[in-house]
Design a protein around this ligand. Structure first.
Ligand SMILES: Cc1ncc(COP(=O)(O)O)c(C=O)c1O
Length: 405
C-alpha cells in the first residue's frame, strides 16, 4: 500500500516526518454513514454519539460531527473538545467512571449523564436539568481481548442490575424527572448478535426498573463496542445483521412489556476511526541477534495496544511486499514489551524504509505518551489527495515548559 486518502506515503513521510499518524477523511465519513444507514434501515430512532476517547483530535471531531453524530465524553476536557467542535448540548453525553465532583460539574454541561454509581448522584451539581441515567453492568461482557471487556463480574464499571431500582428511586426522590439507561459491556465485538443480547438485557431490566416508579426512560443506550477486523482472516461486523437484530429485539421486548420502543443511543468509537487511521514509521536499525529485530522510530509510546492488550495490527512496508524471512518488530523504548509483532514474515528492510501500521485510528494517538523522552508525533489528515497537518509534533521546548514552576 503506497497511497492513503489519495496521498503518497513517501511524500507524506518526507514532508511531515515520522513517526506520524495519518487519517483518511473519506474513510471516516464512510464509516459514519455506514453505521447511520444500517440503523436508519432497521431502527431509525437511533442517535449516534461518537466516543471521543477513541480519538479526540479536534479536527477529526469536527469532521465526525459534520456527519450528524453527537459526542460521548469521559472527562471534562473531552466535553470541552465536543463543545469546541460545535456540537450542541443535547448531543453531548457524559459517561465517566469513579467521577469526582469536578468531573460531574463538567458532565452537567452535557445534555445527558450516564452515572457509574449511585453515590455519584449526590455529587452532580444542583440544577442539572439534563437526562440522568445509570450505567448498569449487564452481568456479562464481550470484547476481542480480556482487557477491553467492560461488563461481567470482573468489570469495574457500572452498577449491578439489582442495584438499579434503588438508584433510580433515589433519583426520583431527589427530583430528577428525565431518565435514560445505559450499558457498555465491551469493545471490538464483531458478532452482530452480541449487540442484540445487550439490547435485550437492557430492555427487560428497564421494564423491571421503571414500571414500579411509573416513569419512562427517554433512551436505551447500548454503548459502543462495534468491532473492526485487525487481522487478514477476520471478517467485518455485519452492520445490517447487527442493526436488524437489535431492532427486532427491542420491538419484541417493548411489545412484551406493552410499551412503545424507546429511542436508542449508541457510542461507537473504534468503528468510526479505527480503520481510517495509520501509523507511519521508519526503520531505524535491523539487528541480526537471536532473532531478526527490525527497530522503528515508533514505539509502544505511539502504539500501546500490542503491549497493553496483546493486540494485533497489520503492518506493511511501503514499496516492499515480498517477505524475506521472519522478523520481530520493535520500537526504541527501553521496555522489553515494546514489541509490535513477534516473528512475523517480513520483507528485507533497511534503515529509512517506511513501515505502515494499519487500523491505528482508534486508541493509538489518544493513548500516546512521552515515555523515554519520545514526544508525541504529528497527525495528518488526507482529504481527497490533500494532506492537512491536524496536530504538530510535540517539541522539546513545550515539554520542558511544564517544569518551569
Ligand atoms: C462508555 C463507553 N462508550 C463507548 C466506548 C467506545 O467503545 P468502542 O470504541 O469499542 O466503540 C467506550 C470505550 O471504552 C466506553 O467506555
Amino acid at each position: 500500500m503506497n497511497m492513503i486518502g489519495g496521498c503518497d506515503l513517501r511524500d507524506i513521510a518526507n514532508r511531515f516526518g515520522t513517526p506520524l499518524y495519518l487519517y483518511d477523511a473519506a474513510r471516516i465519513e464512510r464509516n459514519c454513514h455506514a453505521l447511520r444507514d444500517a440503523f436508519n434501515a432497521h431502527y431509525p430512532a437511533t442517535d449516534i454519539f461518537y466516543a471521543v476517547k477513541a480519538n479526540g483530535n479536534p479536527h477529526l471531531l469536527r469532521l465526525i460531527a459534520s456527519c450528524g453524530t453527537g459526542a460521548d465524553c469521559a472527562a471534562p476536557l473531552e466535553v470541552t473538545l465536543a463543545e469546541r467542535a460545535g456540537i450542541p448540548r443535547e448531543k453531548i453525553m457524559y459517561t465517566g467512571n469513579y467521577e469526582s465532583r469536578d468531573d460531574l460539574a463538567a458532565a452537567a454541561r452535557c445534555g445527558a449523564v450516564n452515572l457509574d454509581d449511585i453515590t455519584a448522584i449526590g455529587k452532580l451539581p444542583a440544577g442539572f436539568d439534563g437526562i440522568l441515567s445509570f450505567r448498569i453492568n449487564p452481568g456479562e461482557g464481550g470484547g476481542s481481548h480480556p482487557g477491553i471487556v467492560t461488563g461481567g463480574p470482573d468489570a469495574k464499571f457500572g452498577i449491578p442490575i439489582e442495584s438499579a431500582p434503588a438508584a433510580y428511586r433515589l433519583a426520583v426522590d431527589r427530583g430528577f424527572t428525565r431518565f435514560g439507561i445505559h450499558l457498555m459491556a465491551g469493545s471490538n465485538n464483531r458478532d452482530p448478535l452480541f449487540f442484540a443480547r445487550m439490547a435485550a438485557i437492557l430492555c427487560h431490566s428497564a421494564a423491571d426498573i421503571f414500571r414500579p416508579l411509573g416513569i419512562l426512560p427517554e433512551y436505551f443506550d447500548i454503548g459502543g463496542g462495534f468491532g473492526i477486523p485487525y487481522a487478514e482472516d477476520e471478517t467485518p461486523l455485519d452492520l445490517d445483521a447487527m442493526a436488524r437484530a437489535v431492532a427486532a429485539t427491542l420491538a419484541l421486548c417493548a411489545s412484551q412489556h406493552g410499551v412503545t420502543p424507546p429511542r436508542l443511543r449508541i457510542e461507537p468509537g473504534r468503528f468510526i476511526v479505527g480503520d481510517a487511521g495509520y501509523l507511519l514509521a521508519r526503520v531505524t536499525a535491523v539487528k541480526k541477534g537471536l532473532r531478526r529485530f527490525v527497530g522503528l522510530d515508533a514505539g509502544m509510546n505511539t502504539l500501546i495496544r500490542p503491549a497493553l492488550y496483546g493486540s494485533h495490527h497489520r503492518v506493511t512496508v511501503v514499496g516492499k511486499e515480498t517477505p524475506a524471512g521472519m522478523a520481530t518488530l520493535c520500537g526504541r523504548i527501553c521496555e522489553n514489551t515494546d514489541i509490535f509483532a513477534a516473528d512475523i514474515p517480513f520483507p528485507a528492510v533497511t534503515e529509512g524504509d517506511i513501515v505502515l501500521f494499519h487500523d491505528a485510528g482508534a486508541y493509538c494517538a489518544s493513548m500516546a505518551f512521552p515515555y523515554n523522552g519520545r514526544l508525541r508525533p504529528a497527525e495528518v489528515l488526507c482529504d481527497n489527495g490533500k494532506p492537512f497537518r491536524i496536530a504538530r509534533a510535540e517539541n522539546e521546548a513545550e515539554f520542558m515548559e511544564r517544569y518551569e514552576a
